[in-house]
Design a protein around this ligand. Structure first.
Ligand SMILES: N=CN[C@@H](CCC(=O)O)C(=O)O
Ligand SMILES: [Mn+2]
Ligand SMILES: [Mn+2]
Length: 332
């Protein structure tokens, strides 16, 4: 287990959590009482003390406050507010997990403009360095996005960590979109092509699978690129619990480790209205939960993220509640 290096710090330290208080005894415990906000200086020590003690790996939440990628992709911005919305939805939930959970705070990407783009790339590198350091310290890391540009930050972290060395690592995306756009600048629509190119530069090919692809929301050019890259995908209209679980099992069978990324627009718009691009059809939440549970139970999950929540378009925190439920499932 290595030390968390000094450069791997969040930009903003974690705030205290809040929620309903039924008492201080263990049977009353909710997320807000269980999560330990840890400032950068205490992170290495806190994770090191709980990792490797024979129990489940400690989990660390990292916020990635970014919608610069969404802006560049012509979407509706607001996802930078998502990490605090997910924490607010998680706080009151009953805590049944058998692992320690820490909050490391947020990496912040400034929102720019066409004339002066924000430094998304710098934020992705800072977040990636933080994820890599925490993975190497023995944690299960979960990044709360952010637009889906969060995924490239996650990739940088996983690819730079010790556990990627020599291992067959795959990326499982739950998403209505391939996000394989070929653009001059990185955005929320480009992360998986960026990953494919980074892997190719290392003489490897990206193991990438997507559950929930919407045919009308991806052009023929994107389907062709997916085919060229050997991407496996399951269309939203065929994603039942049975087909999705079989698809995921098959993908996991060829891997040593998996990074799971959830773009909330994979869900029906009624379930997840608070996203940049709501889905007309979407994959039922029950199916997504079943898939997440499978991945979590596989023992191969090394890192996860949840992206594209936009609180400005949410209805009664519906999407934030779904995101919170999925984080609970990932760690459960
Ligand atoms: N993050 C990706 N978003 C989708 C947006 C599609 C749309 O706006 O309709 C994409 O680029 O394909
Ligand atoms: Mn996406
Ligand atoms: Mn999407």
């Amino acid at each position: 287990m290595s030390e968390v290096s000094t450069p791997a710090l969040a930009d903003v330290p974690p705030l205290p959590w809040a929620g309903r208080h039924d008492g201080d005894a263990p049977e009353h415990r909710r997320w807000w009482q269980a999560v330990r906000p840890v400032s950068a200086s205490g992170l290495a020590e806190a994770v090191g003390a709980t990792a490797g003690d024979g129990g489940a790996r400690p989990a660390i939440l990292i916020g990635f406050r970014s919608d610069e990628g969404v802006r560049r992709n012509k979407g509706r911005v607001g996802a930078a507010e998502a990490p605090s919305a997910v924490r607010a939805a998680l706080g009151p939930l009953a805590f049944h997990l058998e692992r320690e959970v820490f909050d490391a705070g947020d990496v912040v990407v400034p929102l720019g403009s066409e004339a002066e783009p924000g430094d998304l790339e710098g934020g992705q590198e800072r977040c990636g360095a933080l994820v890599a350091a925490l993975l190497d310290a023995g944690a299960l890391t979960v990044t709360l996005g952010g637009g889906h540009e969060t995924a490239f930050a996650s990739y940088l972290g996983v690819a730079d960590s010790e556990l990627a060395a020599g291992a067959r690592v795959g990326v499982l995306n739950l998403d209505a979109h391939f996000d394989l756009r070929d653009e001059e600048r990185a955005s929320s629509g480009t992360p998986f092509l960026q990953m494919a190119r980074a892997e190719a530069a290392e003489g490897r090919s990206l193991e990438y699978a997507v559950v929930g692809i919407s045919r009308p929301n991806n052009t023929l050019a994107l389907f062709r690129r997916a085919d060229e890259l050997g991407v496996r995908y399951l269309l939203d209209e065929y994603a039942t619990r049975e087909t999705a679980e079989a698809f995921v099992e098959d993908f996991l069978a060829g891997l040593d480790a998996v990074y799971l990324t959830i773009d909330l627009d994979v869900l029906p718009a009624a379930v997840a209205p608070g996203v940049s691009a709501p889905a007309a059809l979407g994959v039922p939440l029950e199916v997504i939960v079943a898939v997440v549970r499978r991945v979590a139970a596989s023992g191969k999950l090394v890192h996860a993220d949840i992206a594209e929540l936009n609180p400005a378009y949410d209805v009664d925190s519906r999407t934030a509640r779904v995101a919170a439920r999925l984080v609970d499932t990932i760690l459960g």
